[in-house]
Design a protein around this ligand. Structure first.
Ligand code: PGA
Length: 310
């Protein structure tokens, strides 16, 4: 069936008033223009929709069916209009954010604050490592990504919103916690508890040791920062983690940051999307929220000012 929305809305008006004249008045059109459109609709449908008995206009059986469908279509269009308008005003919509494992320590807090301001936005959060994020970006899957460094090989639009210092951690009773300015090569024979290959933290740490020409011994690999903290606490080895992951352990004094020369390894957090991606209003709002509000919601433990980029 080949009908236009204009024909349907003109027909609906005639059907509602059972009068071409009143429909024409309502729509500010001439009566012949309205009759012509309805006639065309009848031709497209292949049946009469209205009949004239004496001076009165009636709906045929096909006309009644068509009237009920045109009302349903008009209602759906209204609904679509409302949803689109709401999206423009960021009241509703969907937001998919993928974040690096380490970023999940603060992203949930950011999302919670954002969700409070926009309760009708449906948010989906995927937490994965840097390598997987790169793959997701290649496939243009998430709206936005939060990670430690924009990936090479994918064109992205990236903005820095916060520092991401990597610190060396030890159990609170470790003898080195009393030392200051420990030279990095002191750790050349040390065993570290590290993240899996593919982790941004792991990659940055390896690059840092390579740059300083100090061997980096990776004794035990773990895919979670939580597990690394527990392993370090249990004395399995020292760890190098983002300061964002140890807020609680520092507060409760279960872990301590070692004072190592050239530390912390200074990185930054980026929020990014594929270059040229048309962000939804919800995604634009979330990106703006992160760029302007992150500092208010995320407390960086300790005074980490030394920048040794890696
Ligand atoms: P990750 O995150 O170590 O959890 O992968 C940090 C990053 O993206 O660099």
């Amino acid at each position: 069936m080949h009908v236009t929305l204009r024909q349907l809305s003109l027909f609906a008006s005639v059907a509602r008033h059972l009068s071409y004249t009143r429909a024409a008045e309502e729509l500010h059109l001439s009566q012949p223009a309205v009759s012509m459109q309805v006639k065309q609709l009848e031709e497209n449908v292949g049946m009469s929709l209205l009949e004239q008995v004496g001076k009165k206009t009636y709906l045929t059986t096909a006309g009644k069916e068509m009237y009920s469908y045109s009302r349903a279509i008009a209602d759906l269009l209204d609904e679509a209009d409302g949803v689109i308008e709401a999206l423009k005003g960021v009241r509703r919509g969907r937001l998919s954010v993928s974040v690096a494992t380490t970023a999940s320590h603060f992203t949930t807090r950011l999302l919670a604050a954002f969700a409070k301001q926009h309760p009708d936005i449906t948010i989906s959060l995927d937490i994965t490592n840097r390598q997987m994020l790169q793959r997701q970006l290649e496939n243009n899957e998430p709206d936005l990504v939060i990670m430690g460094q924009p990936p090479k090989g994918v064109d992205v639009e990236a903005d820095i919103f916060m520092e991401n210092p990597l610190v060396m951690i030890a159990p609170a009773n470790h003898p080195l916690t009393k030392e200051t300015a420990i030279p990095l090569n002191y750790f050349s024979a040390e065993n570290f508890v590290v993240r899996e290959p593919g982790s941004g933290t792991r990659g940055a740490t390896q690059r840092f040791f390579d740059q300083h020409q100090v061997p980096f011994n990776t004794a035990i690999e773990m895919t979670s920062n939580e597990a690394i903290k527990q392993a370090v606490e249990a004395g399995l080895g020292l760890g190098i983690v983002s300061i964002h992951t140890i807020e609680l352990e520092l507060e409760t004094r279960r872990l301590k940051i070692l004072d190592v020369q050239d530390f912390p390894i200074q990185r930054d957090w980026y929020i990014l999307q594929r270059k040229g991606k048309r962000l939804s209003p919800a995604a634009v709002a979330f990106k703006g929220f992160v760029l302007s509000e992150a500092a208010r919601f995320i407390r960086l433990p300790g005074g980490q000012t030394n920048r040794n980029g890696c």
